[in-house]
Ligand binder design. Structure first.
Ligand code: NAD
Length: 498
């Protein structure tokens, strides 16, 4: 029997996670590696190649060489390959869940959904690229204008450690569908599941060099990708500070940027809401995926008449959330990804104790003496200038505050620098729409939580990002649009110098 502090170590872990460049595994040019640990024992279980400029250079060269043939494929052919990628991802559902849960600390039941979502990204973009037309405009009888879309070139994809494989698929699928070749730099805390891509892509028939993966630290491998002159576009998901830094570095090269950044999303609960449904959604929305979710509803604003009842019930539920080994199917919150991140979240709990009232959790559960575990924390009466109200914690910690009327609800909802998602719970749909329009965020859910159709735009405003992903928005990002103007009638030109 394994102790609660020992992770269920999957069979067949690699002794080394390597780059994948031009269709072959590769070590770093200088042989550098970094340690990779699991978040339950916090001990090293393998090493990964630590990429630098030379490795990124080789990867970009491979992507450039593969670009003309991949870009020239018909949309239907590329779509067929993407569908095969989806099949190959789905066939590895159990393996992916096991690796992801082990490496990132995600509860196994929640890791299981990631393969299906990742596969769906490929199926969806296969459909999009086949169905997508190009725009044409007729200007009376005299002119016809039409748009020609071409793949933008070698894309740089940089991804974070929360749900790493799924977020990689989110960028890989539209980039490939659009005809780009690419270099992916996965997050260094969770490089394990990215090791599945080479076999998946090879099995699906993606030609060598179309996808290249360079592992390594952000400031080395990531930075080299950002700085590479032959990478004209970067799709980044990660923290606002890193995003800002990447934007500064991209200015000289005038790179196209898609920035999916942090969040501190409000959930506004009105007294006339279905409180049971709202409570389920609040608990799930902020504590699922270990609270390491960019769209987590981490600020809960509750209308005064139901504030006491709602916070009491929220605290009761948080105390009962089952924290445990990520591999245990009964676990609802697993281990936070890394000791550094764990320490940061614990520090926020300490800050919160000084700023507001801790009414549930906030400590290490007694039955889990080791590993990055935290009983979900609920803070109430949180003032709007509190750090735990303003700053993204990215863990199972929620800040709750009361409001008196609709106007104050909107004001509080908008009182942070972030604007990714927002959630509204009310029995009055007209009010739900009003709030949805007034809240500054890229996405709003009324009487529901984070369920998203892949056709809809995803992204944030203010410090939560720039641009939208999803549906045609992603294809737009990975393509260049050229407009062709054709004269059908007589040309009338002022005759200068005639
Ligand atoms: P991070 O910014 O620390 O790292 C993200 C990626 O950027 C990693 O691969 C990292 O190696 C790389 N990186 C770091 N420094 C770099 C540099 N100088 N140049 C190039 N690349 C560099 O973020 P994280 O801690 O991995 O992820 C958590 C953050 O991601 C949270 O803020 C969360 O809200 C955000 N996130 C946003 C979304 C969204 O869609 N808006 C989705 C998931 C996560």
């Amino acid at each position: 029997m394994s102790l609660p502090s020992s992770p269920a170590r999957p069979a067949g872990l690699p002794d080394r996670i390597r780059h994948w460049i031009g269709g072959a595994y590769a070590d770093s040019a200088d042989g550098a590696v970094f340690d990779v640990a699991d978040p339950v024992s916090n001990t090293r279980y393998t090493t990964a190649a630590a990429g630098g400029p030379a490795d990124v250079d080789r990867a970009v060269a491979a992507a450039r060489a593969a670009f003309p043939a991949w870009a020239a494929l018909g949309n239907r052919e590329r779509a067929s390959i993407l569908v095969r990628v989806a099949d190959a991802v789905e066939a590895r559902e159990d393996r992916l869940a096991e690796l992801e849960s082990f490496d990132s600390g995600l509860p196994i039941t929640q890791a299981r959904g990631q393969a299906r979502r990742a596969a769906e990204n490929f199926r969806y973009f296969a459909d999009v690229i086949v169905a997508l037309g190009e725009e044409a405009y007729r200007v009376g009888d005299t002119q016809l204008n039409y748009v020609v879309r071409t793949p933008a070139g070698v894309a740089g994809l940089i991804t974070p450690w929360n749900t790493p494989f799924m977020l990689e698929s989110w960028k890989l699928a539209p980039a490939l569908a659009s005809g780009c070749t690419l270099v992916l730099k996965p997050a260094e805390w969770t490089p394990l599941s990215a090791g599945l891509w080479p076999e998946i892509l090879t099995e699906a028939g993606v030609p060598a060099g179309v996808v290249n993966i360079v592992h390594g630290l952000g400031e080395a491998a990531g930075q080299a990708l950002v700085d590479h002159p032959d990478v004209p576009l970067l799709s980044f998901t990660g923290s606002t500070d890193t995003g800002r830094h990447i934007m500064r570095c991209s200015a000289d090269g005038l790179k196209a940027l898609s920035m999916e950044l942090g969040g501190k999303s409000p959930v506004v609960v009105f007294a006339d809401a279905d409180l049971e449904a709202a409570l389920d959604s609040v608990v799930f929305g902020v504590f699922s995926l270990n609270g390491e979710r960019c769209t987590a509803g981490s600020r809960v604003l509750v209308e005064r008449p139901v504030y006491e009842e709602f916070t009491r019930r929220l605290a009761e539920r948080a105390e009962k959330v089952r924290v445990g080994l990520p591999s245990d199917p009964a676990t609802e919150v697993g281990a936070l990804v890394h000791p550094e991140h764990y320490a940061r979240v614990l520090e926020y709990v300490e800050v919160g104790r000084r700023e507001a009232r801790l009414v549930a959790g906030g400590g290490r559960p007694g039955h889990l003496p080791e590993g990055n575990y935290l009983q979900p924390a609920v803070f109430t009466d949180v003032p709007r200038d509190a750090r735990i109200f303003q700053e993204e914690i990215f863990g199972p910690v929620v800040a709750v505050a009361p409001f008196d009327d609709e106007c104050e609800a909107v004001e509080l909802a908008n009182a942070t620098r972030y604007g990714l998602a927002a959630y509204v719970w009310t029995g009055d749909l007209r009010r739900g729409h009003r709030i949805a329009h007034e809240v500054a965020s890229g996405m709003v859910w009324i009487n529901s939580h984070n369920v998203r159709d892949l056709r809809t735009p995803f992204g944030g405003v203010k410090d939560s990002g720039l641009g939208r992903e999803g549906g045609a928005h992603s294809i737009d990002f990975f393509s260049e649009s050229k407009i062709v103007h054709v004269m059908l009638g007589e040309v009338h030109t002022p005759r200068f110098g005639a």
